[in-house]
Design a protein around this ligand. Sequence first.
Ligand code: HEM
Length: 420
Amino acid sequence: MSASAMDLKMDEAAKVLADPTAYADDARLHAALAHLRANNPVAYVDHGPYRPFWAITKHADIMAIERANDLWLSEPRPLLATAEADDLAKAQLEAGFGLRTLIHMDDPHHRKVRAIGADWFRPKAMRDLKVRVDELAKRYVDKMAEIGPECDFVTDIAVNFPLYVILSLLGLPEEDFGRMHMLTQEMFGGDDDEYKRGTTPEEQMAVLTDFFNYFGALTASRREHPTDDLASAIANGRVDGELMSDVDTLSYYVIVASAGHDTTKDAISGGLLALIENPAEMARLKGDLSLMGTAVEEMIRWSTPVKEFMRTAAEDTEIRGVPIAKGESVYLAYVSGNRDEEVFDEPFRFDVGRDPNKHVAFGYGVHFCLGAALARMEMNSLFTELLPRLDSIELAGKPELSATTFVGGLKHLPVRYSLR
Ligand code: HEM
């Protein structure tokens, strides 16, 4: 820890970031973040069970750190984890069994591994996939009409649609989708009691073992019989002429299956709630569907499904004059960056026509979300299908947010509606 860190009296507001339950309470979280942006934008946080870190809450600082990817590394700590979970993950990796996904890697290795899947997310691939995504969007809006006049929009609709899309892109059989659904929830909802498999890090690591067993079998089968899907591209992907290691291969599936699912579910359900809570914006969008592009972007800014990523200093440095020592980690508060008063006009206003909208919900720089175009397309398809058919919609109960420091959003959104 640097001398400055030891001298600092910790800002109570900053502790909130190290409390998973705060992320299930929008008002509490945003009050703390607004305070930090105004008074303590590089805030020291020492609050167990996490290792000490620096919370970065200004949009400009988040971008500057992500841009300087030779100074600010993803290794060894790409995201906030308890010290115990952090140590266990490290030990598992050293034992040759663990998770090392794109988000854990730094260049030059990161660039080479990212290139293996990149073609599957480019505009051409997206155009090829659009028919399938539109078809799935229609299927889920039809389902919503069928089960109406009430549903839990998260568990009945928002969860399944993006999972279906990403598993189709991977090329997995439909009968395995239920199992993947449970595993991704257990993995990403790790802090939330409703999703937790067990209380110890070992029990939670068992989720990873299940993932690895499933995808280990898939790799073997795609190497033997390559097919035209993303799973084959990953299984047969090469770095410097060599097939990827087992850890890198299996981790690739994990990042695609998990990052491509819960995040989009959170943006879709957060987007619908924002429209319900802002009826004038809902009417504006229904009246002019050409606003869908900016509306989707605003839904993503508004919900910011990925709360944070971390970077660790490769050498002694400073941010806004605050010294940060080599080896210390910074927490990039995307939720805060996306409400930064210096960047967004009236950041707490939901505006379906917001332009420009330079949010950091997909991160920035070399790790910029690989699936951003896919997420945008999915949301566009779903809301373009849903809104013209929706005569009315209102809350049928209290929306509930998940308690997690990482990927999260609504876990329940009870709605009552009339849908054609
Ligand atoms: C609204 C939905 C989504 C949000 C908010 C989101 C957000 C993010 C963020 C913040 C990052 C880290 C960026 C950084 O460190 O600078 C990321 C990385 C990533 N995302 Fe997404 N994501 C979404 C949907 C998707 C989808 C649909 C996929 C499809 C597979 C996906 C795959 C990935 C992958 C593979 C990475 C790692 C990229 C790298 O480290 O090079 N994401 N995403």
